[in-house]
Design a protein around this ligand. Structure first.
Ligand code: GLP
Length: 260
C-alpha cells in the first residue's frame, strides 16, 4: 500500500485516543490527508478491505466514513473502479453578455471539451416545446441531450430542443450544435437566458459526479435568429461548484430605460 495510505493510518492511530466514534476519526484522517495533499484529486483510495485491515477496524466502519466523505463531495465513487479523491474544481467564469457556445467557452480557456450523448432524435413535441418553438402538434422536435465535459470533468447536462425542420438529423451535429447551425446559416444571434437555483436530483448528480442534493444552476436559453424566429430552446443543469456567471452593469444613458 502507498506511503500516503500509511500516513492516513498513522494519523488515525494518533487520534484513536480521542474517544470520538471510530468512523468519525477515520473520516477526519482521510479528510486531513486530502487537505494536506498526501492524496490528491483523482488519486484512488485504498480498498475498503485494505483500510479495514490496516487500521484494524471493521469494514462497516470504513464504509460509513467513506460514505460520509462521498456525501460531502470530498471523495467520488465510480461504479466498478473504486473510490477516488474528488477532482478540485477550478471555477469557470462565464460572461452573461456574449452569445457563445459551450465548445467556444471551454476552448477559450484552453480546456479540452467532449460530450457524452444522453439522447438525440426526433420526437412529438411537448407542450413547452410547442409553445416556445412555435410548433404544431403534427410537427416534430429535434432533441439533443448531452453531458458536457471539460478536461475530463462533467460540468453540465444540456437538453436542447429545435424544430425538426431546422435540425432534421440531430445525430449529425458533430461536437458542436452552434457550429452545425452555422453551416446552415441558422446560428442564433440573440438569446434570453434565465438562471435559477436547483438542488441536483439523484440522476443528474450521478452524471455530474457530485453528491445528490447539492446546489446546481438551472439555465434555460431561448435563442433567436435575426428574423426574430426562435431557433433553440435549451434547458441545462450546471454544477454549482463550477460556474460563476458574471454580468457587466452600466449606468443607463440619458433617456434610456431605468434612468432615475
Ligand atoms: C451553451 C448554451 C446552450 C447551447 C450550447 C451550444 O452551453 N447554454 O444553450 O446549446 O452552448 O454549445 P455547442 O455548440 O458546444 O454544442
Amino acid at each position: 500500500m502507498s506511503e500516503a495510505a500509511d500516513q492516513i493510518f498513522a494519523t488515525l492511530k494518533q487520534s484513536s485516543q480521542s474517544g470520538a466514534p471510530l468512523y468519525l476519526q477515520l473520516r477526519k484522517s482521510i479528510e486531513d490527508a486530502v487537505n494536506r495533499g498526501l492524496i490528491g484529486p483523482g488519486d484512488a483510495l485504498p480498498s475498503e478491505r485494505d483500510i479495514a485491515s490496516k487500521a484494524d477496524i471493521s469494514r462497516v466502519t470504513v464504509r460509513k466514513a467513506v460514505q460520509d466523505l462521498v456525501k460531502g463531495g470530498i471523495l467520488v465513487q465510480r461504479h466498478g473502479s473504486g473510490t477516488f479523491v474528488a477532482p478540485r474544481m477550478e471555477r469557470v467564469e462565464q460572461s452573461l453578455s456574449r452569445l457563445t457556445s459551450f465548445t467556444e467557452d471551454m476552448a477559450r480557456r484552453g480546456m479540452a471539451v467532449r460530450s457524452a450523448w444522453l439522447d438525440r432524435g426526433l420526437y412529438a413535441p411537448s407542450p413547452d416545446e410547442m409553445m416556445v418553438l412555435g410548433l404544431s402538434s403534427n410537427e416534430l422536435v429535434a432533441r439533443v441531450a448531452r453531458l458536457r465535459i471539460a478536461n475530463d470533468t462533467p460540468l453540465a447536462i444540456e437538453r436542447a430542443a429545435l424544430s425538426a425542420s431546422v435540425l432534421p438529423d440531430p445525430a449529425g451535429i458533430g461536437s458542436s450544435l452552434y457550429a452545425a447551425l452555422e453551416t446552415t446559416g441558422l446560428r442564433p444571434v440573440r438569446a434570453v437566458q434565465r438562471i435559477s437555483a436547483a438542488n441536483l436530483g439523484g440522476d443528474d448528480a450521478r452524471l455530474l459526479e457530485v453528491p445528490p442534493g447539492i446546489a446546481g444552476l438551472h439555465i434555460e436559453r431561448i435563442s433567436y435568429l435575426a428574423s426574430g424566429k426562435v431557433i433553440e430552446f435549451t434547458r441545462s443543469i450546471y454544477r454549482g461548484d463550477a460556474y460563476d456567471f458574471v454580468a457587466e452593469l452600466r449606468l443607463s444613458g440619458p433617456g434610456e430605460e431605468g434612468r432615475p
